[in-house]
Structure formats: C-alpha cells, structure tokens
Design a protein around this ligand. Structure first.
Ligand SMILES: NC(=O)c1ccc[n+]([C@@H]2O[C@H](COP(=O)([O-])OP(=O)(O)OC[C@H]3O[C@@H](n4cnc5c(N)ncnc54)[C@H](OP(=O)(O)O)[C@@H]3O)[C@@H](O)[C@H]2O)c1
Length: 371
C-alpha cells in the first residue's frame, strides 16, 4: 500500500490515528490501544466516492474515544479531517483506485452457493445467529459465488429478504474456468482487502444429461466422466485455494492474532479409504480422496507461514439436495438432514477452528474422520 506517499498529516496516540492524502481524496484511519481488547490497530480506509457510511462510522467512533480521552492531538486531527471532508464534498483530485482498503467486517466467501448446502451456508452467515456462526462472524460480509449470477434467483431473493444488499455480493465462479476464480479473488481483495472464511461447497456426483453417473461397478468407469468429476471435486477447490489463499494469508498477516482465517473444503465421508466398506462410486470417491490429500498438503504449506491460515475438510452428513436425490430412499429415517441443519452444524464446527484443528477432516458433529 502506498501509505507513506499518501500521508500528509498523521497523528498517532494510544487510541487513534488518521491519515490524509496530499491530494485530499483518500483518507484512512486506525483505532487501537494497549488494553488487550484494543490491541493492534485496525485499518479503516475509504476513498472520496465510496464508503461514506464506513467513514462516518469511523469518525463517530473516533469522536467518542476522543471525548473519553480528551486528547488534544486527536481533536486537532479531527479538525483537519473535517476540513479535508468538506474539500472532498466539493470534489477533488482522485488517488488511483487500485489502492486496496481493508474492510472492518469479517468477510466470508461461499463457493457453490446457488443451491443445496452452499446456499444454506450463505443464508446462515447472513442471518448472523452468533451461536451458529460465531460472534466474530455475525453481521459480516458474504461473497456468494455461483456459475450464473443473473439466474441465481434464490440468492437474489435472500438479498431482498434480509434487506442486506451491502452484506451480500453475488459473484461468478465456475470452478472449471480458472479465470473466473482469479477474478472473484481479485474482486474480494479489491473491495474488502480481506477474506476470513472460505467455504468451498461446489461439487458433483452425477449429471442428469451427462455421462457422469455414480458407478456401481468398474465396468461403468468412463475416463471422460471420471476426469470431469476430478476436475470439479478435486482440482476446482484447489484452484480456489490457490487464488483466495493470497488474500487470506494477507488477512492473517494483518490480523496476527485469532481468529485465524479458515478454508473449509466440503468433502464426503465416502472419500475415507479406511471407512470404505461398501465400494462403488469410483470417480466421486476418488475425486474427494484427492481433495483430502491436496487440502492436507496445502495445510502443511500454510502452517509453515509466520501467520498461517487453517484448512479443514468437512462431511455434511447425508443431506436432502439434488446431489443426493436419487439415493435418498435408502437413507434411514432421521438420517437425511436439511441443508440448513447440516450447514448450521458445520458452521458450529468451524467456529472453533484454530491451527490445532487444521489439516483434519470433521463431520457435522465435529467428530474427526479417519483418512
Ligand atoms: N448432499 C449430500 O448428501 C452430500 C453428502 C456428502 C458430501 N456432499 C458434498 O457437499 C457439497 C454440496 O453438495 P450439495 O448436496 O449441496 O449439492 P447440490 O445441491 O447438487 O449443489 C451443488 C453445487 O455445486 C455447484 N457446482 C457444480 N459444478 C460447479 C462448477 N463447475 N463450478 C461452480 N459450482 C459448481 C452447483 O452450482 P449450480 O447451481 O450452478 O449447478 C451447486 O451450487 C458437494 O461438494 C458434495 O459433494 C453432499
């Protein structure tokens, strides 16, 4: 960030700091302190056109602190801010838009959120029940990805229902097209400067009009369908990790303390080799086992960073979605979960993830699944 070039006026004291651009169109601020709850400065930045609410909320907070501490340096900084602000209102030169600002709210990304379990994840995160999502995630931003945003009616309805247009972005990601993944990661980095939670829920077991079927015998194994399954279930999530981990590692560097940013890949119990007692479903099982191995490998890479991010694998149970529809008659009574129930349980598991849980595979009840 070009912070040093931008800084014309800096005031630092125990609780507050303001920065003003020499060309008066970019401002930022930070609040923090020595007491444990305040430790570490949190950056809040904005530019002339955007984030008026963020900017004003920050200034209100700063005023409050300023009154509490009767700090003359902060007061003069506020006066300087007020004059800069009126200059902004009149219009002025703009700094380059490429300067990323770090949003003060928790940012979650849910890949594959058009329907099924992914949609339920996005809904819970927006509903912000702190018991389910965790106090630190409540009222956060959700970047919900799907293949066709213009046709994602359920997501658009969610946005209307909660009146949370500012808390929900609907962004295109097709995990078979790496460019869409890269663009979505760039979107999150440029708009929010952080990603705290990434849930990868996209997956495929069968395609109604394609060759992909859950093979009950080796005789039905088809190379093309098997590769297609591996691409969606194993390679896709890892390409998502490849692009989003950059901004998540940066988030970890800036957070430094807990909560640690988390990547959660939705796998399936059938991927467990030691648990495989039924056979069948060659491509899906194999694809999810490959996902487990690559997730574990990425966990090891990230755990060696100075400020790591955590990676876990999740089994959602048997859930009543399009993916499980052809098999649900075989599910014992009470064992077929709704997507809301499953995603809620998984979010409760994710709430407590630290580096200690990273690199492991958990079911909806938080019980570790053997490889
Ligand atoms: N349901 C279960 O019982 C169960 C059990 C164990 C594990 N799982 C796993 O849970 C995850 C979610 O499954 P679900 O039951 O919610 O299935 P679902 O209702 O069939 O939803 C699958 C989701 O994946 C998305 N998707 C498929 N291909 C994609 C691609 N190329 N790029 C981006 N998104 C793509 C779909 O998007 P579109 O809407 O655009 O098609 C949809 O949002 C999957 O990984 C699945 O393997 C499910």
């Amino acid at each position: 960030m070009m912070r040093s070039n931008l800084t014309r006026h800096v005031v630092v004291e125990t609780t507050a700091m303001l920065l003003f651009s020499p060309r008066r169109s970019f401002c930022g601020g930070a609040v923090g302190g020595r007491r444990p709850r305040q430790r570490g400065f949190r950056w809040v930045c904005w530019d002339a056109k955007d984030d008026v609410d963020v900017r004003d909320a920050f200034v209100r907070r700063l005023r409050h602190r300023c009154r509490a501490s009767s700090s003359s340096s902060t007061s003069s900084s506020l006066k300087a801010f007020a004059s800069t602000r009126s200059a902004l209102k009149k219009g002025g030169d703009e700094e380059p838009r490429s300067l990323p600002h770090r949003h003060h709210h928790h940012v979650s990304v849910v890949v594959g959120s058009n329907r099924g379990i992914g949609f339920a994840f996005a809904k819970h995160l927006l509903e912000s029940n702190a018991t389910i999502v965790g106090a630190h995630r409540a009222h956060g931003i959700v970047v919900a990805t799907c293949r066709k945003p213009s046709e994602a009616r359920a997501l658009h309805a969610l946005r209307e229902r909660f009146g949370c247009t500012e808390r929900l972005d609907i962004v295109r990601v097709d995990v078979l097209d790496e460019k869409t993944i890269e663009d979505a990661a760039t979107f999150a980095r440029e708009k929010y400067g952080r990603v705290d939670l990434l849930v990868h829920a996209a997956g495929v077991l069968h395609e109604p009009e394609g060759k992909m079927v859950p093979e009950t015998s080796i005789a039905r194994l088809d190379a093309e369908a098997c590769v297609a399954s591996y691409r969606t279930n194993a390679i896709g999530p890892m390409l998502v990790t490849k692009h989003f981990s950059k901004v998540m590692l940066k988030t970890a560097d800036e957070n430094k303390t807990q909560p640690i940013p988390v990547i959660a890949n939705v796998s399936a119990r059938v991927s467990s080799i030691s648990d495989n007692k039924l056979g069948g479903w060659y491509s899906y099982r194999g694809g999810k086992t490959a996902l487990n191995q690559m997730t574990r490998t990425a966990h090891l890479e990230f755990s060696r960073k100075k400020n790591p991010i955590a990676m876990v694998l999740l089994h959602p149970g048997t859930v009543d979605t399009e993916l499980s529809a052809p098999f649900k008659k075989n599910v014992p009574e009470g064992k077929l979960f709704t997507p809301e129930y499953s995603a809620g349980k998984l979010l409760e598991v994710l709430k407590d993830v630290t580096l200690k849980e990273s690199g492991k595979f958990y079911d909806y009840a938080g019980v570790e699944i053997p490889w």
